[in-house]
Design a protein around this ligand. Sequence first.
Ligand code: FAD
Length: 440
Amino acid sequence: MQTHPTLIIGAGLTGLSCAYHLGHDYLLVEKEDEPGGIVRTRNRHGGFLCDGTGHWLHLRNPAMQALVNKLLPGQLVEHERKAMVHLRGVFTPYPFQANTYGLPREVVLDCLLGLLKARHPEDFGLAAPAAPPRNFRESVERLFGEGICKNFMAPYNEKLMAVKLEEISASYADRFIPRPSLEDVVKGTLGFSRESLGYNAKFVYPREGGISALPRALAKAIPVPPRYETTVTRVDVGKKTATLSTGESIRFRNLVNTMPLKNFVDIVTDAPARIRAAAAKLRATTVHYFDIGVRGPGDAASRHHWIYFPEPDYVFYRVGSYSAVHAGAAPPGCRSYYVEMSGGDAVGLLSRPDELKARVLADLKRARVLSAKDEVLFMELCNIPHAYVIYDEHYEPCRKEILDYLGGNGIQSGGRWGGWNYGGMEDALLEGLQAAQRSA
Ligand SMILES: Cc1cc2nc3c(=O)[nH]c(=O)nc-3n(C[C@H](O)[C@H](O)[C@H](O)COP(=O)(O)OP(=O)(O)OC[C@H]3O[C@@H](n4cnc5c(N)ncnc54)[C@H](O)[C@@H]3O)c2cc1C
């Protein structure tokens, strides 16, 4: 049996960052033949660079900024978000809550009045709520009012997560939701929009190689390369041993897991029944997406970075364009898209891929993302199994019970899926650093 002070499961950004910051005495095991997890660029159809849906880098933490700049010196290009919301046939700038200009007047009125009532209930003879919000719907209604909730927040988030807002906890996605001032809202209602609201108003992206450039640079920078095409199949928490798909047994002092928490509990052979029961209650939404490459002139909405589609008569909830951000992502004269689907009509059509493709193309043309003159070169359907974890009533207690049990046995589980949360790439890098500090 081999002994390693730290065993790291998974060479996504969290596992790679952990190895990088440990610098020695680790074994990093990855089941795929490349690093990065879903942060991975596929070269499709000879020259279309498709990341696992849009992966744009939002760096706020100075240490992580320094790390990424060191890994990709001079290679990061800054972009200003060009994101839109499509509702009632109208495109308005994202975020919806601050940009209702151009929508039908009754929608604008509904949204503006709703927001004013939520922020200043006393002016409308209403009482301010006495108790904290019980769920995400109440939370959104109190922040933005009933009109914004009804027209955008509820339909969009329910389409994305395929569950009702009432099932989701009040604090869900807190830090990701832009909160415009009244001044921003009034300006956005009258068409003086300020697009730079929110956490992702600016982002960076590698000049070459797609988003894979980041995990590849990290994998190169670590002293011991990952063991690729090797899966950790079993972990005995009590004995501190793991079994690999190669048949090897590993003894470890620390274990850092980054595979999805729910699946990790499945391979812990000595997990108590209460931990298995808690893991069974963790829920997540699967995202299905098409990577699409086209050649042709495009239409009015072809060059937005990404567009939100809250309405149920569009089969997708979001459409983004790799090539609109980074022209090098598609060959000359071509464009590339990722079309994301989760709940709604998409679910029923998954078993009939040709119908689903036809529906996606028809909806893209109706939304003027594609034109009739565009030639579709390829459409590749992929999925992300646990894309968005669902913050329902079981989320906090079950996650805590599992993480406490693992932590009590010297095991850290982190990253977006290992920690079962809603984090971005920067969080993954940061959690890798923190796991290394705790393992050292
Ligand atoms: C639709 C979508 C869009 C996103 N867009 C953005 C964005 O624009 N910007 C942003 O910052 N973030 C974005 N993210 C978040 C980002 O993808 C994650 O934060 C990041 O990928 C998390 O990395 P990780 O290392 O924690 O997990 P992963 O990348 O999943 O790493 C885990 C690794 O473990 C490996 N593994 C699993 N099981 C085993 C096993 N048994 N043995 C060995 N290896 C195993 C996997 O192959 C994988 O490589 C998005 C996420 C989604 C779902």
